[in-house]
Design a protein around this ligand. Structure first.
Ligand SMILES: Cc1cc2nc3c(=O)[nH]c(=O)nc-3n(C[C@H](O)[C@H](O)[C@H](O)COP(=O)(O)O)c2cc1C
Length: 475
């Protein structure tokens, strides 16, 4: 289908993600040229996907070795026969898996991470049909290498959910089909933007299934083999109904056509779940069950993963707090880079009143945010602090009237999305480290990372634009 090509891949990597060039359907000269194009457009790392069932997979594999690709996403089969060669060149291999046994095999083979692909996702799926929500925690429990969740992830809510299940990252396909950089024809993009939750169909073949956007074409191909023969170029000017378009169930999400960089920023800057916002923490009724030490430790491992991921993410995170932020939820919310809350939102380090200690990173975070004296008060008295007071304490960035909160978050997200990505991620990293560095260390860190920032294309572009503006004013 040739969708994940150089422009979308470089835009994705340039914006702080790991773009993935899909090799399926490409002739090797074409693939080589695409790889080189990505390298011309960005210095950032990117991956190449190899789907082992495509007829020219062996030639594709050779190209990846020759081009010294650093990250390979291996799918539709596994790299068993090529393992030795892969390991000898030190390439990182992420294996797409659809169930626990496949994940265990990938770990046993010494691969670097697995990508769990839930049945709701677009493209090829397993006939076993396990969905993302049950698949991720089961795989996380079964293996020790990192787990990246794919399938049904379309924005910050689903990304936060996947991370709460223990995933260390997410992979998204369908959401980017309608990005500016996607080569899909605008008529198909429009049709996908209008699609509903029920507008995909899973078609079963002999050894796998595949999920497509529901139209005349996808309804007519049941039983057709091999599937690769049916692939068409989706940038052609032909009736959208006659095209076979891979798409996952998340296609029904209300979105718009926008640049990849903006989608990535948006993904990381919302965290709302229906009604309560992601900072509301767990249900208190579960606490008794959680008292079993092993269950509790497992849960805490997930929270640790989530918080470390939030802090390490190159993009800024906005936490939107509308309701109550108690227990672990309050500290997950406070780990966002910007916390916006309604005046009536409640922040409470309620732990002391439950005979518990701070978690979700609260012990680390509170003194850094409000100073030790206030941290003691919040943690040892466990009083409720409302939005306005939280703002005046410096605990959160801003408090607004409830009806203005969504707009305030959206405006901030848009403002942040316009800033240069690399500088933003380095500033975030530096500030997160600041309390742990001496002045000397901080200045050394700045010197090294400023050198990186000043060599980036985004810096050069900004300086050029700045000088051009100044020049115009003088004239
Ligand atoms: C149109 C389309 C084409 C895809 N092509 C490939 C592919 O060539 N190789 C692959 O490993 N996965 C492919 N996928 C799957 C994606 O890499 C990703 O796992 C999936 O889209 C994630 O789920 P989502 O669709 O719910 O975001 C494709 C997905 C779509 C929607």
């Amino acid at each position: 289908m040739k969708i994940s090509m150089a422009p979308i891949v470089s835009a994705f990597s340039q914006a702080g993600g790991l773009g993935c060039l899909a090799s399926a359907g490409m002739q090797i000269d074409d693939l080589r040229q695409q790889i080189r194009q990505v390298r011309q457009q960005t210095d950032a790392p990117f991956a190449v996907n190899i789907a082992w069932t495509v007829p020219n997979s062996i030639e594709i594999f050779q190209v990846l070795l020759e081009e010294e690709i650093g990250f390979i996403i291996s799918s539709a089969g596994n790299p068993e026969k090529n393992l030795e060669q892969l390991k000898s060149v030190g390439v990182k291999v992420f294996q797409v898996v659809a169930d626990v046994s496949q994940a265990k095999r990938a770990e046993a083979q010494g691969l670097d991470a697995v990508i769990t692909k839930g049945y709701e996702s677009g493209g090829l799926n397993s006939l076993e049909a396990v969905a993302t929500l049950p698949l991720v925690p089961m795989v996380v429990d079964a293996i020790s290498i990192p787990v990246i969740a794919a399938g049904g992830i379309g924005d910050g809510r689903s990304m936060a959910a996947a991370m709460a299940l223990g995933a260390e990252g997410v992979l998204m396909g369908t959401r980017f089909l309608t990005s500016d950089e996607s080569p899909v024809h605008i008529d198909i993009k429009k049709a996908l933007l209008n699609a509903k939750d029920t507008d995909t169909v899973s078609v079963s073949f002999k050894n796998f299934s595949a999920r497509f956007w529901k139209n005349k074409k996808s309804s007519s191909i049941i039983g057709h083999e091999p599937l690769w023969d049916l692939a068409t170029d989706l940038n052609q000017e032909i009736d959208a109904d006659s095209q076979l378009v891979g798409a996952g169930q998340i296609v029904g999400l209300d979105t718009a056509v926008m640049p990849v960089a903006e989608i990535i920023q948006q993904v990381n800057t919302t965290g709302k779940t229906s009604g309560i916002d992601f900072s509301s923490g767990g249900s208190m009724s579960l606490l008794n069950e959680k008292h079993k030490p092993d269950v509790f430790l497992q849960d805490m491992k997930r929270v640790t993963n989530l918080v470390i991921t939030m802090r390490g993410l190159p993009q800024p995170i906005i936490s939107k707090v509308r309701g109550v932020a108690y227990v672990v939820g309050v500290n997950i919310a406070l780990n966002g880079d910007f916390v916006l809350a309604s005046h009536d939102a409640q922040f409470c380090q309620v732990f002391i009143n439950l005979g518990a200690i701070l978690d979700g990173g609260g012990t680390f975070l509170l003194p850094r945010l409000v100073g030790m004296v206030k941290a003691r008060e919040l943690a040892m008295l466990g009083d409720v602090v409302k939005g306005r007071e939280a703002e005046s304490l410096g605990l959160i960035y801003k408090s607004t009237a409830d009806e203005d909160l969504d707009l305030a978050v959206e405006s901030l997200a848009i403002e942040l999305a316009k800033k240069p990505c690399l500088a933003m991620s380095l500033i975030k990293e530096g500030l997160n480290k600041s309390f742990d560095m001496s002045l000397n260390e901080a200045m050394n860190w700045e010197a090294v990372h400023q050198t990186v920032a000043l060599q980036s294309p985004e810096h050069k572009k900004r300086v050029k634009a700045f000088l051009a503006k100044g020049h115009k004013k003088r004239n």
